[in-house]
Ligand binder design. Structure first.
Ligand SMILES: CC(C)(COP(=O)(O)OP(=O)(O)OC[C@H]1O[C@@H](n2cnc3c(N)ncnc32)[C@H](O)[C@@H]1OP(=O)(O)O)[C@@H](O)C(=O)NCCC(=O)NCCS
Length: 248
């Protein structure tokens, strides 16, 4: 089985909402803050485009409207086609104006997370990383430290998506180890949960971004649905911050 991925940016999204399905439109309607709405729409655009590509559908608003990436209790995304579960699994993430969707038609569980390579405070590292991870991050300085801190955080979030808990679970209960192996531009890692299971994964840096994918079984690095991947030239850009919409 294989895992594929794509990235989409804020500028890719149509102005209108006719490509959202009824479940997605109803969830969007509960969001009053422009930044939250923009990030939700961005994740939907990436997720729906990737699911449509896996299903061989056209990518126009009508076809995308047939696809939904719904939210189940707990927050995990589930793909639907014409109102019924679609034979595609999906994981979503966004950061600084760019969303990534990883997709597969196989049975593996997986999670992805996109982060910026940005300075992280000593308090962040001490509060959220395990002592071993802290030692790895604190052994280097400058950009190298920024990459390690954000990559470690990203791999934790990816693992917490595999586990379907998100941040309800202590981030120090999943320990990230960076491996030496690399393949097709991706570097290998693994995440060990305190209760025993080990989750393999991959990471790579794209300019200002670092992307990780964690799975519940050994898989080849994810393949890009775009050639070249859109993250290759992506620039970070914040979603608009504005006053909340009036209550409906
Ligand atoms: C999972 C989580 C760590 C990701 O947070 P983040 O880094 O700020 O956001 P990202 O952009 O990387 O990822 C957001 C996506 O993670 C996915 N996600 C959220 N919770 C998830 C879970 N429990 N399992 C797997 N994926 C999850 C969703 O697809 C979400 O996007 P969507 O809401 O548009 O579908 C965070 O959302 C979390 O801890 N969620 C659980 C707690 C919570 O508040 N749940 C809300 C219930 S609806």
């Amino acid at each position: 089985m294989r895992l594929d991925w794509l990235a989409r940016g804020l500028d890719d999204i149509p102005t209108f909402d006719d490509w959202l399905g009824p479940f997605e439109a109803a969830r969007l309607a509960t969001m009053r803050f422009p930044k939250r709405r923009a990030e939700y729409r961005l994740r939907r655009w990436a997720g729906k485009t990737s699911v449509a590509m896996m299903l061989g559908l056209p990518l126009d608003p009508d076809a995308l409207g047939r696809v939904e990436v719904r939210t189940v209790p707990g927050g995990a995304p589930v793909a639907y086609l014409d109102g019924a579960p679609a034979p595609v699994r999906v994981s979503l993430t966004d950061r600084s104006g760019w969303a990534v969707s990883t997709v597969s038609t196989g049975m593996a569980a997986f999670g992805c997370d996109l982060e910026l390579v940005e300075p992280r405070s000593a308090a962040f590292v001490a509060d959220w990383l395990t002592p071993t991870e802290q030692a790895v991050v604190n052994a280097v300085t400058g950009v190298e430290r920024d990459v390690l801190a954000n990559l470690t955080w990203s791999a934790k979030e990816s693992a917490l998506k595999v586990l379907k808990t998100g941040l309800r679970r202590d981030t120090r209960s999943v320990a990230v180890t960076l491996d030496d192996a690399a393949q097709a531009g991706w570097h290998q890692l693994h995440v060990t949960a305190t209760e025993g299971p080990v989750y393999p994964g991959w990471w790579r840096r794209y300019g200002a971004f670092v992307l990780s994918v964690v799975t519940d079984r050994e898989l080849a690095p994810p393949g890009s649905l775009d050639d070249p991947p859109r993250l290759t030239t992506a620039q970070p850009r914040e979603a608009p911050i504005g006053p909340p919409l009036p209550p409906a």
